[in-house]
Design a protein around this ligand. Structure first.
Ligand code: AMP
Length: 226
């Protein structure tokens, strides 16, 4: 199944994206992580995206669509994929649907993680993540064993440059103006499940499982013959 994760910053998309991936074997693709890697290693995509990312604005839709078209053509994504951070706008969603249709595929479910701005700001203020594998920790709810080192891969833990109160507010505004209309686009097509982020990681994980295995998701999986 092709699963799209949406939700404001701090809602837990990365954490649950990795959990879905580990449980179901569909690779987790975080557009933000891949773009940061591309910038660090100086690839063509990285050069194109760098100035937008540094300015804290979205990379143009055409660049993102070219990137995802190449990505989804790879064999490792044939069975399913968890898209985290893409699509993020209506044109990206339309472009994705178009290119999937050409390949006889379809978005199976769009999981929208619901969190209010104050709770997200509190969460992001204590978030640290691995610079190597992207694993996300929280200093209060899910601390690493060793403050500087990733439990999963031994990489160095860091705070993201864009996790400041000011940029978090700007990213929330961007979510409301550009991404909420995208959620509405998929809602009209019957693809959206709203996931409450109340409670612990396992409570949210159970809601994710229900959304992916519930009756509305069966048709989507059936179409992909999985
Ligand atoms: P994230 O880690 O998802 O918050 O993304 C970090 C940055 O990467 C964003 O602020 C954008 O500049 C860029 N980016 C990630 N995903 C997208 C996307 N789907 N469309 C445009 N820009 C993106």
């Amino acid at each position: 199944m092709i699963v799209v994760l949406a939700g404001p910053p701090g809602a837990g998309k990365g954490t649950h994206g990795r959990r879905i991936s580990a449980k179901r074997g569909w690779p987790h693709v975080s557009s933000g992580d891949l773009l940061r890697e591309a910038v660090d290693s100086g690839t063509e995509l990285g050069k194109q995206a760098e100035e937008y990312m540094a300015a804290g604005v979205l990379v143009p839709d055409e660049i993102m669509l070219e990137w995802v078209e190449e990505l989804l053509g790879r064999p490792e994504y044939a069975q399913g994929v968890v898209l985290d951070g893409f699509p993020r706008t209506v044109p990206q969603a339309m472009g994705l649907d178009d290119l999937l249709k050409r390949r006889g595929r379809d978005v199976g479910r769009v999981l929208v993680f619901d969190i209010d701005q104050d709770a997200a700001i509190r969460r992001l203020a204590t978030r640290i993540s691995c610079s190597k594998c992207g694993f996300v920790y929280n200093l209060t709810s899910n601390p690493p064993d060793d403050i500087g080192t990733c439990r999963a891969c031994g990489g160095e833990l860091e705070t993201r440059d864009d996790d400041t109160a000011e940029t978090i507010r700007a990213r929330f505004d961007e979510y409301r103006t550009l991404t909420e209309p995208m959620v509405e686009y998929y809602r009209k097509r019957g693809k959206v499940s709203i996931i409450s982020t109340e409670g612990g990681i396992d409570d949210v994980g159970r809601r994710v499982t229900e959304a992916l295995d519930g009756p509305r998701a069966v048709g989507a999986r059936g179409r992909e013959k999985e």
